[in-house]
Design a protein around this ligand. Sequence first.
Ligand code: ADP
Length: 632
Amino acid sequence: MIPGRTNVKTRSSSKNRLTLGYVAILAATLALAILLGWTALAAQIDDYAYDWMFRLHPPASGPFHSIILAIDDDTFNSMGGVGAYRTMWARAFDLVKGANPKAVALDVVLSDPWKNPAEDQRLDRAMQGVSNLVLAGHLDSARWEDPLPIFRQHAAAVGHDGADELSTDGVTREIPLEERTVAERHWSLALEAFRLARGARILESPADLQVGDEVIPAPRAGSVGRPLRVLYTQEPIPSVSLKELVEKPELVARFNGQVVFIGVTSISATYDRVATPNGRGRIPGVEVHAQLFETLERGRFLTDASNLAVLGFCIAAGVLAGLIFSLLSGWIAYAAAGVMLLGAHATPFLLFRQGIVFPFFAPLASAWLTTIAAASYRYFIVRRDLRDSETERHRYQQAIHFVTHEMRTPLTAIQGSSELMGRYNLSEEKRKQMTDMINQESKRLARMIQTFLDVERLSDGQMELKKEPFQVSEIVGACLGRVLPIAERKNIRIQTLALDGSLEGDRELMEYAVYNLLTNAVKYSPPDTEITVASRLMSVGKDGAQLRLSVQDQGIGMDAKELRQIFQKFYRTKRAEASGEAGTGIGLSIVEQIVHHHGGKMEVASQPGQGSCFTVVFAAGTRASRPPAVSV
Ligand code: ADP
């Protein structure tokens, strides 16, 4: 058979398998990337990326609509420390209410009565007349710590004071606009101050909140109530300390028409400090509320991209990577993949500029992993194709070599005899002998060519086997006639035992197979040994029978590992090569094909140095009345 010809159907189905494998690998990589996007590590990386973009593209500062009235270190130390807190708030309210602020929010929880009731009464009096007052409530273990009723009565609203609840790394990027227990919900301090300053109510829908004509995109998000990203300004919120205000009452003008946040900024008093994405050190909790208020006031928000959009992007990146490496090749494919990766890197930043927060990890992991998977897959496929075509070329060369080698012997004989006949005046008897030989050898040549063509067509499924009945003894006899002269040269005796049975099939091909087994036995046996040929009908099981045609030698033999490979094309054992007898290693693969196409199988028993026994086995139905025949 001349290798290198592959059936079209096999090609296309193996191509389909390749495509399926490619899609499966890309899908698995994509799924992995998306799954990794849900890990804590991915969340942390997304947060870092967010902070980085935040610094690259910071929100515009000012004009500010809020001001902080701060209990700073100076105020705290000079006005009496913790014990004088209530007096300090009272003074703050007294000073501020004259300035006519839009709203006043106190970032202090007044849930416990003071040691000195007179100070509570003083604060109660100071609160009177403060319009749009927002007091703070604190959610502690599913319970609200709300202001005492004497203070609550003055408040237009109570807002929650949560300012750093949502992050795992201590950076406050977003604040929940609502916090709730089963019984009660508080909006955040800043949102209450905002809606009072606007003189509007809060209208809520699952997707957003509306205050006046301002729509705040803060959808309800599971257990976390409506988180909103705070757009911290680079400049700090304007601030006046209580001490300064007491000393310079004219500063009160700065509070006019502003929303005032009163709170403690003194580090000696409390370490209420919060890290922000702009990485400029920590800021006091009261400033975070003021920053949230400014975010609401500016009306420009950062919203998170929907999960569906992120998933869609990841899938699109994977599909694109797959298409790039299946449709393009070489450097063009790598360049296109590079452009795609650049696009994937730029997307979160471009979207951030449009106010959309797009995660980094899952999209980039999807783009990178699928690109790597697609590129490696294509790389290995190209390498495999190259290797396959190399092997095919090699096989083809070997086949040509084999065919020419096999043909050389009869051709030499024909050439030699014809030359002798032309050159010399030979006797009639000698002439007759030579013409007979030329005739025989040319027939052998024709047979050989026919056999190659037949086997090739057979393996391509193009040929139907001939179905002629013949006796096993006939084909063995014909083969022996050709093998005996070679065996005699090595003084190898060929013994034939019973040659039972008949077959139905292609006589030429079967003869080729038996001839091959016999010449191998001679080739791979040392001189002065014996070869035994036998064909027997044996009953197996209840009704079955087998025709077993065996060729046994006392030659070099093979080990188990070699035995597993001898039917592969061009395989030759080291032992055979060392003996100097090895041929091209194609004969047995043809024998196996012929036997296989006749519905039979090959059995080989062998031991190194002990000889080999090749048996061709055909199944045969036994009938008592007539001799069993194998039909194919
Ligand atoms: P070739 O004989 O041309 O090399 P074959 O396909 O007929 O090719 O055989 C393949 C290999 O199997 C041989 O090279 C040899 O190593 C081994 N082999 C075949 N027949 C025998 C045998 N009777 N004894 C030992 N080795 C054998």
